[in-house]
Ligand binder design. Structure first.
Ligand code: FE
Ligand code: FE
Ligand code: ZN
Length: 287
């Protein structure tokens, strides 16, 4: 059985999130602890954690994933941004644990006006400050698409960070199919080779979470725009350049076995998403 779900809203607390995920036929899900673009967070007491956990248990939902907000940039040279990022990351780790999740997904950061080396050192220093032997959740650095100055656009760049982290057992990787494709890896024709390369450079034991998305752009475009799985030209959000067959193969690959697989595919409009259909397709239940 695939452990599969989508990003869902936290606006109704963990209980609301779990109910939404269940309505899509999911067995796991991902949430931000508040708005992805800011650091405003409602207190944990308001998140209906106990009720959410009880609902999850009763409905076969587990191994959920938390995504840290985009505004954390641990590569920033601006003291204010950097310090805010570290403080907020420490709080996110606490919230992740309180919610009962083992995985906090984090975009490594962007080196903006500085150099790549500067950014990597800065990220690692921040992680070394925030992580303690008592930290329970694993920070999953996400593979990035390579737009702008973002770090993590290759397996080597992610390894450069991990190499500098002291508590390495607290670091994992979130493998985003849109990002990996956009950064140039051929997951359509050469998936086995991509996983083998990941294993050589990072080690597959670090791969903890998958984000499964199509891409609106050809391989290597470095854009990061998600597409619905196998979307054709007539999809309002645009055509998928990865294709649903490749993504189906990926989620059924032995490397993905037992790991949370999260859809971050676009909504067609304010009320319509395809999570239910996409989950059913990936499970192999599509008629
Ligand atoms: Fe992400
Ligand atoms: Fe992602
Ligand atoms: Zn993305």
């Amino acid at each position: 059985m695939l452990k599969i779900g989508s990003h869902v809203s936290i606006s109704g607390g963990l209980l609301g999130a779990a109910k939404e995920a269940y309505s899509y036929g999911a067995s796991t899900f991902m949430i931000y602890t508040g708005a992805p673009q800011n650091t405003k967070r409602s207190p944990l007491e308001n998140l209906k954690i106990k009720e959410g956990q009880a609902f999850m248990k009763a409905h076969g939902l587990s191994d959920i994933v938390i995504h840290a907000p985009y505004i954390i940039n641990l590569a920033s040279y601006k003291e204010e941004t950097y310090n805010l990022g570290k403080e907020f990351l420490a709080l996110e780790l606490e919230r992740t644990e309180a919610i009962g999740s083992n995985y906090l997904v984090l975009h490594p950061g962007s080196f903006t006006d500085k150099t790549y080396e500067y950014g990597v050192e800065r990220i690692a220093a921040a992680l070394n400050e925030v992580l303690t032997p008592e930290t329970k959740p694993i920070i999953c650095l996400e593979t990035m698409a390579g737009k702008g100055k973002e770090i993590g656009r290759s397996f080597e760049e992610l390894r450069d960070i991990i190499d500098r982290v002291e508590l390495k057992d607290k670091i994992g990787i979130c493998f985003d199919t849109c990002h990996v494709h956009d950064s140039g890896y051929d997951i359509v024709e050469n998936l086995d080779e991509v996983f083998a390369e990941f294993d050589r450079i990072i080690g597959l034991d670090r791969l903890k979470v998958f984000h499964v998305n199509g891409s609106l752009n050809p391989r290597g475009a470095k854009k990061d725009r998600h597409a619905n799985l196998g979307a054709l030209e007539d999809n309002p959000k645009g055509k998928d350049h990865i294709g649903k067959e490749a993504l189906y193969k990926l989620v059924h690959h032995p490397v993905a076995e037992g790991k949370p697989i999260i859809l971050e595919t676009p909504w067609l409009d304010k009320k319509t998403n395809l999570y239910k259909e996409e989950i059913a397709y990936l499970r192999g239940e599509e008629k």
